[in-house]
Design a protein. Sequence first.
Length: 232
Amino acid sequence: MVRTVNEEVYAQRRNAILDAAQHAVITRGYEQMAIGDILSELQISSGAFYHYFDSKPALLFALVERIGDEIEQVALPIVHDPAPGALEKLQRFFAALDQWKFAHKRLVLAYLPVWYGDENTIVRHKLYQDRVKRLAPWLEEIIQQGAREGVFTTPYPDQTARMVISPFEDLGYASVDLLLAEKLAPADLQRLQRILLAATDALERLLGTPPGCLQLASLEGLKQWMATQADS
């Protein structure tokens, strides 16, 4: 019982630090966020902080890991739902991720300059590895189902699951400058749409589906993202 209570207290205090850090990232930005500000807000000592996180990058890593945990709660019910076919399930999977991102758009936009900053290359690589470890088994389960149903023709569900993640990585690198631009030209929306269409085409080819089976984002959804950034 004592161990359980201690674990609960540890989780509560750790989450309180993460909550304060996440708020600071959204309102001030990661680079401007100072550990001292978090200490003052929570009225804790530096020793208490470093008991949970040994550095600012470690705090960033934990924040993104927690986002992954939240996305897991959205994605797993879709993956394990026995009713839909694999193609519908995969489309619902991508849609759920996109909806989560848009529901937390301020947080996502606040993370983008941090995520793609040169100074965070090591953290970004570690988080990519963590994301592959988390997402690949879910995608493999859907792909295996699709292979049984005959809608996916890839003979390598495990490797394809890892490769499906790659177009999203490239999509991020290709679109981050547009999403973070202070001023957006009319051609920017068309450019971003072409990037998404290319990523969709790559996924369909990897899975062996007929063209037009998948849709990563709608034109209306792109307009909402661009409008969000223009207003921020």
